[in-house]
Design a binder for this molecule. Structure first.
Ligand SMILES: Cc1ncc(COP(=O)(O)O)c(C=O)c1O
Length: 343
C-alpha cells in the first residue's frame, strides 16, 4: 500500500473519486448483504422516489491517521443512530447501527491509501447516504432503497481554517417548527442553498438561522451548530423549543468536554438574538467545521462584534478546540467509546 499522490495540505473541501465504496440495497422488506464496489455511478429509474419526493438522508463523519499510524474515526455509533432516526422520520427503512459501523470500517480499510497522513491537516470524509430507488408516482414512501458509503479526502471546510469568520442573520428559514430540522435529510439543505449562495455573494461565510416561528431565537447555521461563551467564560448552547436544530455529534461531544475536561458550566437553553451582544466568543461546530471561530455577526447591517476579534480564536473556544482535537487524534485520553479504531 502507498498513499495517493495528493498535495494533502491544499486539497480543500472537495470531492475526489476514491477507489471503493460500500453499497447495500433494500428490496422485499430486507437489506441485502452489501458489498464493496468500485462503481461510483448510480443508475436510477426516472420514477425513483428520491427524484420526486426527496426521500434521502445522509451522514458525515471523518477518519484520520493518528501519530502512531492507526486509522480511527470519531463516535460512528452516534452517526449510525442519527441516520436511523432520520430514516424513520422520512418513512425509510433503518440501516442497522452495527452494520453501519462495520460498513464504515470496510470502506475506510479498502480506501486506506486515501486517508491523509497524520499532521497534514486533511482527513478522510466519510459520507453515508440512503435514498429511495423504488418507483413512486403518487405521494407515498418507496419500497426499495439504497444505502451507500463513499469517502473523499478533505481539507478545512472554511477557507483559512481557524481564522474567525463573519456570518449573517438570514431572512430565510432553514427548518419549520416541528418539521425536519432535527434530522439529516437532503431536503433541509435544498432549503438552504439559495440562502448560502446569497450570503456568499454578500461576503459572508455562513447564515445564522433564527427560529422560524418567532424569529427571536438563534438556532444554527446551514452546516453547523452554534456555541457561545458568556462573560464568565462558560458555555451557552442554543436549544430549540420547536425541535428544529440538528443534534450535532460535535456539539454533544463539546458539551461533555467543557464540563468534564475543562470544568466549565454549560447552559443549554433558548438564546435570543437580542442577548448575543453580551457574549464574549462564538463558534460554529460540526464534523466539517470542527470548531470555527466567529468574529462578527452581521444583523441587517448592524455588526455584533465579539471580544475575541477577527485575528484569532477566543481563549475558551481555543481550549475546547485543542481538547476536542487532542481527544480525536489520540493525544488526550478519550472517554470510553469515542475513538473507534479501524486499523
Ligand atoms: C445543519 C447542520 N448542523 C449541525 C451539523 C453538525 O453536526 P455534526 O457535529 O454531527 O457533524 C451539521 C453537519 O455537520 C449540519 O449539517
Amino acid at each position: 500500500m502507498s498513499k495517493k499522490d495528493l498535495d494533502w495540505s491544499s486539497i480543500g473541501f472537495n470531492y475526489h473519486v476514491a477507489d471503493y465504496r460500500y453499497v447495500s440495497n433494500y428490496k422485499d422488506g430486507k437489506w441485502d448483504d452489501g458489498e464493496i464496489t468500485t462503481d461510483a455511478k448510480i443508475v436510477l429509474s426516472e420514477d425513483a422516489g428520491v427524484l420526486h419526493y426527496a426521500q434521502e438522508v445522509f451522514e458525515g463523519l471523518k477518519a484520520y491517521e493518528t501519530e502512531d499510524g492507526h486509522i480511527v474515526c470519531f463516535r460512528p455509533d452516534l452517526n449510525a443512530t442519527r441516520m436511523m432516526d432520520s430514516a424513520r422520520r422520512l418513512e425509510m427503512p433503518e440501516f442497522p447501527a452495527e452494520r453501519f459501523i462495520k460498513a464504515v470500517e470496510e470502506v475506510v480499510k479498502a480506501n486506506e491509501d486515501w486517508v491523509p497522513p497524520f499532521g497534514s491537516g486533511a482527513t478522510l470524509y466519510i459520507r453515508p447516504l440512503m435514498f429511495a430507488t423504488g418507483n413512486v408516482i403518487g405521494v407515498k414512501p418507496a419500497d426499495e432503497y439504497q444505502f451507500r458509503i463513499f469517502v473523499t479526502p478533505v481539507g478545512p471546510y472554511f477557507k483559512g481554517g481557524a481564522k474567525p469568520i463573519v456570518v449573517k442573520i438570514s431572512d430565510f428559514d432553514r427548518a419549520a417548527p416541528h418539521g425536519t430540522g432535527n434530522i439529516k435529510a437532503g431536503l433541509n439543505y435544498a432549503m438552504s442553498l439559495h440562502a448560502i449562495v446569497t450570503a456568499h455573494e454578500e461576503g459572508f461565510a455562513e447564515n445564522v438561522y433564527l427560529d422560524a416561528q418567532s424569529r427571536t431565537y438563534i438556532e444554527e447555521t446551514g452546516g453547523a451548530n452554534i456555541l457561545f461563551v458568556d462573560e464568565n467564560g462558560n458555555l451557552v448552547v442554543p436549544k430549540s423549543f420547536t425541535d428544529s436544530i440538528l443534534p450535532s455529534i460535535t456539539r454533544r461531544s463539546i458539551v461533555q468536554v467543557a464540563k468534564d475536561y475543562l470544568g466549565l458550566e454549560v447552559d443549554e437553553r433558548p438564546v435570543r438574538l437580542d442577548e448575543v451582544h453580551n457574549f464574549k466568543e462564538m463558534g460554529l461546530c460540526g464534523t466539517a467545521a470542527v470548531i470555527s471561530p466567529v468574529g462578527k455577526i452581521n444583523d441587517h447591517g448592524k455588526e455584533i462584534c465579539f471580544e475575541s476579534g477577527m485575528d484569532e480564536m477566543g481563549p475558551v473556544i481555543k481550549k475546547l478546540y485543542d481538547t476536542l482535537t487532542g481527544i480525536q487524534m489520540g493525544e488526550i485520553e478519550a472517554p470510553e467509546g469515542w475513538v473507534h479504531v479501524i486499523k
